[in-house]
Design a protein around this ligand. Structure first.
Ligand SMILES: NC(=O)C1=CN([C@@H]2O[C@H](COP(=O)(O)OP(=O)(O)OC[C@H]3O[C@@H](n4cnc5c(N)ncnc54)[C@H](OP(=O)(O)O)[C@@H]3O)[C@@H](O)[C@H]2O)C=CC1
Ligand SMILES: O=C(O)[C@@H]1CCC=N1
Length: 269
């Protein structure tokens, strides 16, 4: 899909908003000059002004100058943003993509004019380096909005179209998930320090090992346990370490954390 004559507005350019902007620029699908970033404290976006993005605190101006709007404010800020931009929304022109956790399409539609296309997307911060997993949903699958949204997010990682009922689960597994795996890498590097590596060495070793594990699954398409079986030499040290981790609740802690995050995501808006 060609977006060369389209413009985007990231409404609420904080952590995920700026990550999306960086990813879209890295993918070359939108140049910085095609992207407007908004937030109230625009001084915090000076590096983006320098890179050629349009930066403003005026959401209405951003909406009027753009085709694809990506709402990236915190859940409690969403209604205020939508009420503010409502009069500038044009059903013939705009596609509104919300990455806001917990806010359903029906919630969003209450605050905007009839006919404006609304899609929800749930990316993660690895979108900045085009390695996101992004889950997408819309009310209807036949109006082209999913295709457009997918075409955009396909350039910055993998995408999966899901039912809206699964969106809070996707938030936990995909969006929060980045933090969970980062914590696992930190724990591994702390273990590495205890067995004799410097902090720097240990983090580099844990990071590359985690990357290798993820790439193995991505390339070989095997189940993790199949790849684990190839590491656990009988009577060896890997199975001793794995079993010790399971006695400490490793898998259980990850599963319970994901359940807790999914429950919280459902209640965020
Ligand atoms: N962080 C993540 O990894 C992910 C977050 N999400 C969702 O994305 C949303 C944003 O999260 P996150 O980036 O972490 O939060 P941040 O607080 O970092 O970003 C929100 C931004 O919105 C700006 N903002 C608030 N009100 C307005 C307004 N009226 N007009 C314009 N800008 C406004 C804030 O800046 P200022 O105060 O200067 O206006 C801030 O920079 C949340 O709904 C979250 O659930 C989804 C997926 C992943
Ligand atoms: O922590 C949060 O609520 C947001 C949603 C997913 C990632 N960050």
């Amino acid at each position: 899909m060609d977006f060369s004559d389209k413009k985007t507005a990231i409404l609420g350019a904080g952590n995920i908003g700026c990550s999306i902007a960086n990813g879209l620029t890295a993918s070359d699908i939108f140049k910085p000059s095609q992207q407007t970033l908004t937030r109230r404290r625009t001084d915090k976006l000076s590096e983006y002004t320098e890179k050629g993005y349009n930066v403003t605190s005026d959401n209405i101006e951003a909406v009027k100058n753009s085709d694809i709007l990506i709402a990236c404010v915190e859940p409690h800020q969403l209604d205020g943003l939508l009420k503010e931009i409502s009069s500038a929304l044009n059903p013939e022109k705009h596609l509104l993509i919300s990455v806001v956790s917990g806010a359903k399409i029906s919630d969003i539609k209450k605050n905007i004019p009839d006919g404006v296309a609304v899609v929800r997307a749930m990316p993660n911060t690895a979108i900045a380096i085009r390695e996101s997993m992004t889950c997408i949903c819309s009310e209807t699958l036949d109006n082209g909005t999913i295709e457009t949204t997918k075409a955009i997010f396909d350039t910055v990682g993998e995408t999966l179209v899901i039912q809206e009922e699964q969106m809070s689960s996707a938030t936990a597994l995909v969006a929060c998930g980045i933090a969970f795996f980062l914590r696992a890498i930190r724990a591994a590097s702390q273990g590495g320090i205890e067995i004799g590596f410097s902090s720097q060495e240990s983090l580099a070793m844990a990071t590359q090992t985690a990357k290798g594990a993820a790439s193995l699954l991505g390339s070989m398409k095997n189940h993790p346990e199949y790849e684990i079986d190839r590491v656990t030499t009988p009577k060896g040290c890997t199975i001793s370490g794995l079993n010790q981790m399971e006695h400490g609740g490793f898998s259980s802690a990850m599963i319970k954390g994901i359940l807790t995050s999914a429950e919280k995501a459902e209640k965020l808006y």
